[in-house]
Write a protein that binds this ligand. Structure first.
Ligand SMILES: [Fe+2]
Ligand SMILES: [Fe+2]
Length: 281
């Protein structure tokens, strides 16, 4: 991996981690362990993406030398952090279980046949990671983790910007319309909330707990615990603006859609608040 990343894993002082600030936070453990699995595995699944752009040297070079190197560094830094705070957790064992199950889901069939639309799909994924890491960054107080999350969220926003430029470039010749782009946004958003989060949680949980029979209730508990985090810190406006920005529509209908989606997100947050018992009157 010869890519030049904007920051280096070696520059993070893992010896300075204040364990006592985070070690009892199970929700944080599962979020960080799951993210480390998915990020590190990008070394495997990004090969499919690189193959998809064969013949386009600038794109494949950036994917391999910059994007892939940065995603793997995200995974390695989160793995080191998990090891610093939860040293009893057998990361390798848990990851190998995750990899065996998750790798079956990664194939060329997951990619959009259109090169422009695959770039749009990448924009959706990078919107997901940019907003997730920003949400976590705003939530945590532990200084070393805050620094790692600041680094990662900046990388993810740059990835989004690059994929957005590549989408526009490819769509100059493919001319995919708003309907085709919305179809991709919808499909990928469903996938973000899909199986990989469950698979990652499952392998982290099974490796850590002596009660495999509690997997399903613990997963439900974990999902519920995320609601409070989302309500408090998830940057909905940023997510909507990033998702809609590449859509080939003129600025007026795009502004209306932005307002509609942000309004819908606020209603969803209010509903979540009610479910969490945060609104009392
Ligand atoms: Fe990443
Ligand atoms: Fe990324």
């Amino acid at each position: 991996m010869g890519g030049k990343t904007k920051w280096r894993l070696e520059d993070i002082d893992f010896g300075a981690v204040k364990r006592e600030m985070v070690e009892n936070d199970d929700r944080l453990f599962y979020l960080l362990a799951s993210a480390s699995f998915v990020e590190i595995l990008s070394e495997v699944y990004s090969e499919n993406l690189i193959m998809h752009y064969r013949g386009n040297a600038d794109t494949t070079l950036w994917l391999k030398e910059i994007w892939q190197a940065e995603e793997v560094q995200h995974g390695r830094s989160l793995k080191r952090y998990v090891a610093a705070v939860w040293p009893e957790f057998d990361w390798e064992k848990s990851f190998s279980g995750f990899m065996a199950e998750y790798a079956q889901l990664c194939s060329m069939d997951n990619l959009e046949s259109s090169r422009a639309l695959e770039m749009m799909a990448r924009c959706v994924v990078e919107t997901g990671t940019s907003t997730l890491y920003r949400c976590l960054h705003d939530h945590v107080d532990e200084p070393v983790l805050k620094q790692i999350l600041r680094n990662i969220k900046s990388d993810e926003v740059r990835h989004y910007a690059k994929f957005r430029r590549l989408f526009i470039e490819h769509n100059g010749s493919e001319r995919k319309g708003a309907f085709a782009v919305f179809r991709v946004i919808w499909k990928r958003m469903i996938e973000i909330h899909g199986e990989d989060g469950y698979i990652a949680f499952k392998h982290a949980y099974l490796c850590r707990s002596n009660h495999p029979e509690n997997l399903e209730p613990e997963w439900a508990k974990f999902r519920k615990s995320l609601n409070a985090l989302v309500i408090r810190h998830y940057p909905f406006r940023m997510a909507v603006e990033m998702l809609l920005s590449p859509v080939p529509l003129s600025s007026y209908p795009k502004k209306i859609l932005e307002k509609l989606f942000i309004g819908a997100a606020r209603i969803a947050v209010s509903a979540l608040s009610l479910l969490n018992g945060r609104i009392t009157s």
